[in-house]
Design a protein around this ligand. Structure first.
Ligand SMILES: *Cc1c(COP(=O)(O)O)cnc(C)c1O
Length: 234
């Protein structure tokens, strides 16, 4: 199937999941995760109407960005772990960093965004499974608290919500409790009414479990394989 057909099919599945959950499909943004795929694939997806793209490596996207400048209304999100020494480059290349997981990183991104004269959209990445190989702040951690408290200082960041990558389970139902947990964390923070901490976005769900994520309240789903095909194994 073509990328356009894949996108159409994913959109139908999003609509069906939204209906099951009594939600409006318009509340759900489909992000195409284009990591490892070439510029041509991204263009194909753009031509099929996709506007929001996720990449997980700064270096990789640096090699593609020049060839994509003529797609002005496309939105580029960094969804993978960001190293401190790549924060400047990330600020330059991306519209959004969805994987902020420390106060220090937020400080840095804010400073770079300020000198670049732009505002970065950011999500706080939460690590719910406690997997050490994954990034993200722990729920209830000091790190999360520091980010929430620091928010008023970062005039060049717009915190929009939370993101998570749950532990992999063969059965997508296995992810449900994590998605539900992220939503509960969001609701808990929202109840505190912190200024400068936007919480409308829940970025959760990938190719094999985005329907479950939508049932649990996802507003952004990050879909790679189901749109672009299988990635070559590293
Ligand atoms: C690769 C990746 C995805 C997309 O995964 P698929 O299973 O291919 O849909 C989503 N989120 C993150 C953070 C990723 O790294």
């Amino acid at each position: 199937m073509s990328i356009a057909e894949n996108i159409a099919q994913v959109r139908e599945r999003i609509a069906a999941a939204a209906r099951r959950a009594g939600r409006n499909a318009d509340e759900i943004t489909l992000m195409g995760v284009s990591k490892t795929f070439p510029v041509e694939s991204i263009r194909e997806a753009y031509a099929a109407g996709l506007r929001v793209f996720g990449e997980n490596r700064v270096q990789e996207f640096a090699g593609k960005a020049d060839a994509l400048h003529d797609l002005p209304d496309a939105e580029w999100h960094l969804i993978g772990h960001l190293q401190t020494n790549k924060a400047a480059k990330a600020t330059e290349l991306f519209d959004a960093v969805d994987s902020v997981d420390s106060m220090r990183m937020a400080e840095k991104l804010n400073a770079f965004a300020e000198s670049a004269g732009k505002t970065l959209s950011v999500l706080i990445e939460v690590n719910l499974g406690g997997e050490t190989a994954k990034s993200g702040v722990g729920p209830g951690s000091d790190e999360l608290e520091q980010i929430l408290q620091g928010a008023p200082r970062w005039s060049h960041l717009t915190i929009q919500g939370l993101m998570t990558v749950p532990p992999y389970t063969e059965d997508p139902e296995g992810a449900r409790k994590y998605f539900r947990h992220l939503r509960q964390i969001r609701d808990g923070i929202a109840a505190r009414g912190l200024p400068h901490v936007g919480l409308n976005v829940l970025s959760m769900g990938m190719s094999h479990d985005f329907e479950v994520a939508i049932e649990e309240g996802a507003t952004w789903v990050r879909v790679g394989t189901a749109i672009f095909g299988e990635r070559a194994k590293a």
